[in-house]
Design a protein around this ligand. Structure first.
Ligand code: SF4
Length: 346
């Protein structure tokens, strides 16, 4: 196995490794499991890879709410829906936004079969079907940077300092390609000491630096603007405080989106229906492969605009793929099955 410098391929490798091996070097404990997703975060910050450390039983209990994510409005309903029938406005806490949105969410929860509703005396009453568990215990964010040179380390340092100040994830890491000489100490010095470093090589993944756990339940600091640091720069940094309640709610939303999406959803934006699309095993990893380019393609280049795109021939859909669709649909089903299996944590 050679480790690709292409960020997309590298990212998929890190996701696959994390799914099998998280936490690195540690026994996860009998009651704990992890769920991996990619390209998720907040409006202002998207992380490459997310590892959710979950309580195994609570994750299984989350399964009754279905594979789709619960939005913040739905979470408000399912987390507070009463055990016995009650008028929704009296049973649910004040949401801090108009009640009509809560009413819509109550109806949506009912149509998804996760809360029951009825009408009594012109009022909508609701009651819960299941208890919504706090299934995600920790959120670990990994930034993938296969080539960590001096300028990449500088740009990353700024992002990571913002992550550390905000403290939305419990840990932040950088994953980089092993060079054979480890990670240059000068590069390490540029990154905040709170960030962990993983090196990915042909022999596997190892920890070059352990991270510190961030204070997710304390107020955070959002850095809005900071001086460039040049000799003539006398501007002041601008920042704002972020309260722990916002962080708790945001973490739940991120966990729900990660639950729905996982990391195999890359296939949704690629063209598995192209005749050149393949899934190939490389070492222990399964990666998308383009037979026309003779290498692993990126999600961006594998689109209908790709000059080499050719739809799979109709004959393929009946030859050895007799039920529904050809190899393209088969790849999608395979990845969907794997995604579902990770949620069930068999
Ligand atoms: S030829 Fe283009 S569209 Fe087809 S698999 Fe390769 S990258 Fe994707």
């Amino acid at each position: 196995m050679t480790v690709s410098a292409r960020e997309f391929t590298f990212e998929l490798r890190v996701c696959q490794w994390a799914e099998r091996n998280w936490p690195p070097g540690d026994d996860p404990g009998a009651g704990t499991t992890s769920l991996v997703a990619r390209q998720l975060g907040t409006r202002g910050r998207r992380w490459d890879t997310l590892v959710l450390e979950c309580d195994r039983d609570a994750l299984a209990a989350r399964g009754v709410f279905g594979p789709e994510r619960l939005s913040s409005d739905l979470l408000h309903v399912v987390r507070h829906a009463p055990r016995e029938w009650a008028y929704y406005r009296e049973a649910l806490p004040d949401p801090g936004y108009p009640w009509r949105y809560v009413r819509e969410a109550v109806h949506e929860a009912d149509s998804r079969g996760i809360v029951e509703t009825r009408r009594r005396g012109g009022r909508i009453e609701c009651r819960r079907r299941w208890f919504y568990p706090d299934w995600c215990e920790r959120i670990v964010a990994i930034e993938n940077k296969p080539d960590l040179d001096a300028s990449a380390a500088r740009a990353l340092a700024d992002q990571l300092e913002r992550d550390v100040a905000l403290g939305l994830a419990d840990e932040v890491w950088v994953a980089t390609r092993a060079t054979g000489e480890g990670v240059e100490p000068a590069l390490l010095e540029r990154l905040p000491v709170e960030a962990g470093i993983l090196t990915v090589g042909e022999e596997g993944v190892s920890v070059a630096w352990h991270p510190r756990t961030l204070a997710v339940s304390e107020p955070g600091t959002r850095i809005l603007d900071r001086p460039s640091g040049g000799p003539g720069d006398r501007s002041a940094a601008r920042f704002e405080y972020v309260d722990p309640a916002w962080k708790r709610a945001k973490r739940r939303e991120i966990a729900e989106r990660a639950y729905e999406r996982g990391w195999r959803s890359y296939v949704d934006t690629m063209r598995p229906d192209c005749r050149y699309f393949e899934l190939r095993r490389d070492g222990g990893d399964v990666l998308p492969w383009c037979a026309a380019k003779g290498r692993s393609q990126t999600a961006r280049e594998c689109s209908g605009r790709c000059p080499e795109f050719e739809p799979e021939p109709p004959a393929w859909r009946t030859r050895g793929w007799p039920i529904t669709g050809g190899p393209g649909k088969g790849f999608r089903r395979l990845l969907d099955r794997q995604r579902a299996r990770e949620r069930r944590v068999d």
